[in-house]
Design a protein around this ligand. Structure first.
Ligand SMILES: Cc1cc2nc3c(=O)[nH]c(=O)nc-3n(C[C@H](O)[C@H](O)[C@H](O)COP(=O)(O)OP(=O)(O)OC[C@H]3O[C@@H](n4cnc5c(N)ncnc54)[C@H](O)[C@@H]3O)c2cc1C
Length: 245
């Protein structure tokens, strides 16, 4: 049984794009129909494979954005000059097909049964698997305290902006702090800048609360934030990281 489940995750499955939602000028959410998709837990990703008419293939990893158990929804942000992200963010149309393999990942995951407070730290599109955790928490009716610190270039680059505004009002126990790196909105409390120890101290949890910390984004971002958290006294094994490359 376990072997069958592992083999299932390693198998490429046909996927058909059924709808798309624009998130920002550079990102959109793609909803796929994947027959016999086994479901996922929050934080997992899929491998996605595209095959051109001449047989050329390209494969990349994308996090599952939807709540655990839901359908395959990926939110892809265009990387300038990128081979696959440009196609997914701009070109692929409903009815088009690709293949997915997964769900992949067992470490960078959140279980709604875990009572520990949670600190989520996202850089850019690194928000996507953390959004799955936020959505899973809401669907499970969990009141586990969640704090999200989201580093993003400008207000126009915020993914899921309307949903985040709504959730912070409606999802009790969820706090969100934005760290704009290039341009902050008028009236912002902080000038544009990177996440630093002072911000993590003010908007995160004290190490004594023993939160589980999830850090996701570009490699340099993840390493800098993980170092800051460990430097602030968080146990290294409670700081879980996912690098987007
Ligand atoms: C586990 C995992 C989950 C991921 N989840 C998501 C997700 O949910 N949403 C999402 O948009 N992306 C996600 N990514 C990143 C994604 O896999 C691709 O790396 C990204 O879409 C770029 O692919 P590309 O083919 O367009 O760029 P490539 O053609 O591979 O690269 C073009 C150039 O961009 C640089 N580059 C590659 N990736 C990045 C990046 N992420 N940031 C900055 N520069 C980069 C390369 O070094 C290269 O110079 C995830 C990556 C991993 C490992």
């Amino acid at each position: 049984m376990a072997r069958a489940a592992v083999l299932g995750r390693l198998t490429w499955r046909p996927a058909e794009l059924v709808s798309v939602r624009a998130e920002t000028s550079a990102a959109r959410t793609l909803v796929f129909d994947v027959p016999e998709w086994p479901g996922h837990v929050a934080g997992q990703h899929v491998d996605l494979r595209l095959t051109a008419e001449d047989g050329y293939t390209a494969q990349r990893s994308y996090s599952l954005a939807s709540a655990a158990g839901g359908r395959v929804e990926l939110t892809v942000q265009r990387v300038d000059g990128g081979e696959v992200s440009g196609y997914l963010a701009d070109v692929m149309a409903p009815g088009d097909r690709c293949e997915v393999r997964g769900p992949v990942g067992g470490y960078f995951t959140w279980d709604p049964e875990d009572p520990s407070p949670v600190l989520l730290v996202a850089g850019g599109s690194g928000l996507v698997p953390l959004m799955s955790m936020v959505r899973t928490r809401a669907e499970a009716g969990s009141r586990v305290p969640f704090r999200l610190i989201y580093s993003v270039r400008t207000p126009a680059d915020v993914l899921f902006a309307d949903e985040l505004r709504r959730r912070v009002r409606e999802d009790k126990g969820l706090d969100i702090e934005y760290a704009f790196t290039r341009a902050a909105p008028g009236g912002a409390r902080r000038p544009p800048g990177r996440i630093d120890a002072a911000l993590l101290g003010a908007a995160g949890w004290p190490a004594e609360f023993a939160p589980t910390c999830y850090v996701c984004g570009p490699t340099g971002f993840v390493e800098a934030v993980a170092d800051l958290l460990v430097g602030a006294g968080h146990a290294a094994e409670r700081v879980r990281t996912e690098r987007f490359g």
